[in-house]
Design a protein around this ligand. Sequence first.
Ligand SMILES: CC(C)(COP(=O)(O)OP(=O)(O)OC[C@H]1O[C@@H](n2cnc3c(N)ncnc32)[C@H](O)[C@@H]1OP(=O)(O)O)[C@@H](O)C(=O)NCCC(=O)NCCS
Length: 153
Amino acid sequence: MTQAVSVRPMDTVDIGAVVHIDERISGSYRPETWERRIGYYLRRDPDAALVAEVGEQVVGFMLGEVRSGEFGLEEATGWIEVLGVDPDHRGRAIGRHLATAMLTHFRSLGATSVRTLVNEDMKGIEKFFVSLGFEPAPLKPLVMALGPESAKP
Ligand SMILES: CC(C)(COP(=O)(O)OP(=O)(O)OC[C@H]1O[C@@H](n2cnc3c(N)ncnc32)[C@H](O)[C@@H]1OP(=O)(O)O)[C@@H](O)C(=O)NCCC(=O)NCCS
């Protein structure tokens, strides 16, 4: 029998589970990184840090925030910034459940759109967002390597 998925706000006790999921995805064990990162998100908006559970096990997470006045976007915009689903639990709508809960929260804060950035090498994540209804946006990421201070400009 397939167990039900439930989504709830993240708590600091979930950090270990997030570290485990990240380790399964990235191959790196980074407890300090996640302690710092999750603390930061929980301070900004605790209801925009979510975990998905199957039974008692945390199998996915999503971090985001509503912001406005950035990048020339005046309207309140929900940003999905970090997400991960345990590889053993993919393809069972866990990511979709997390996104649905996040979008409900974004709407409750008055957001009229939701945005994310996806690395072009990560086609699976892009397909995930497209299947949720995301479309390419006319917002172009720009990057510059930071060399030594003596370099231009
Ligand atoms: C992307 C990710 C969140 C999807 O999680 P998931 O629980 O397997 O996704 P779901 O089962 O909810 O899928 C929802 C939809 O997305 C589609 N989808 C999900 N992953 C996909 C993939 N790799 N390729 C194509 N489509 C995909 C599903 O087919 C489904 O579409 P449908 O509802 O139209 O049938 C998960 O694969 C993941 O965690 N990837 C790694 C994320 C990562 O690298 N994070 C670190 C950087 S932030």
